[in-house]
Design a protein around this ligand. Structure first.
Ligand code: DGL
Length: 272
């Protein structure tokens, strides 16, 4: 029976996570859904992000997934807990939905010597306060400084992030973050779209600052999770396949998606 692991994002960003996951778990089957028709989620309300994410999670369940990764910080911050409490406990007790915030916050403090950590994220993720709250549980001595980057996801989704106009918005957020504390030595890219800005960001930052994308951290955490839960791992089919779906145009998804995934993407359109 085809029982892939579901990987979800509001758009393309989750592909940067899926790429890392597949490198570590090449035998597993995966299905990716990008809710491109309603992206970006980063500026939407709690209720809207919850309703959209819930609908997508149900789609994964209807398509054979027992385990779904919300490879989207906004959805993880604004919808995951409610989905776990309302949907899973009551309606789908055998299913699991995991996010990207917990695995990242468990690790981030290990990288900082100054104990001053910066977070770059969407306005939704920043407003939720999820990162400072979760990091304080694992690393109470770490001071967290956040900067919301409202323009970054739209620029990346429209493939405009390498244009000269984009440089202004990218450097503005980096400068604002560093102004909050000159001691920041670790910056977490707390949005799965941002790895596409790695090169630009590295040029803007002093060499002493470690820039952390989430993909490899989330992938490692999923490997550990499956190791700790053999009953869940046994429920996942393993033919090494991957299928891509989008709520918007499949043609556009294929063109844009390959930039995030690093290799060709062939998707199908889906109506939710
Ligand atoms: N990749 C999503 C995240 O990690 C982007 C959210 C959005 O659609 O604004 O937060």
């Amino acid at each position: 029976m085809h029982q892939p692991i579901g990987v979800f994002d509001s758009g393309y960003g989750g592909l940067t996570v899926l790429k890392e996951i597949r490198q570590r778990l090449p035998l597993y089957d995966f299905v990716y859904l990008g809710d491109n028709a309603r992206a970006p989620y980063g500026t939407r309300s709690y209720e809207t992000v919850y309703q959209y994410t819930r609908q997508c999670v149900r789609w994964f369940f209807a398509n054979g997934c027992s385990l779904v990764i919300l490879a989207c910080n906004t959805a993880s911050a604004k919808a995951l807990r409610t989905i776990q409490q309302r949907e899973l406990e009551q309606e789908y007790p055998g299913k699991r939905v995991l996010g990207v915030i917990r695995p990242t916050t468990e690790m981030v403090g290990n990288y900082s010597l100054t104990r001053h950590v910066g977070i770059l994220a969407t306005p939704g993720t920043v407003q939720s306060g999820s990162y400072p709250i979760e990091i304080s549980k694992f690393f109470p001595d770490v001071k967290v400084f956040q900067e919301a980057c409202p323009m970054w996801v739209p620029l990346i989704e429209n493939n405009e992030h390498n244009s000269p106009g984009a440089d202004y918005f990218i450097s503005q957020c980096v400068e604002r973050l560093l102004e909050k504390s000159p001691l920041i030595d670790t910056i977490l890219l707390a949005c799965t779209h941002y790895p596409l800005l790695m090169h630009k960001l590295q040029k803007l930052l002093p060499a002493s600052v470690t820039l952390l994308p989430q993909g490899s951290i989330v992938a490692e955490s999923l490997c550990n999770y499956l190791g700790r839960h053999p009953e869940i791992a046994a429920n996942c089919s393993k033919n090494g396949s991957v299928r891509f779906y989008t709520t918007d145009s499949a043609l556009t998804f294929n063109q844009q998606g390959s930039l995030f995934y690093g290799s060709e993407v062939s998707s199908a359109h889906v109506e939710l």
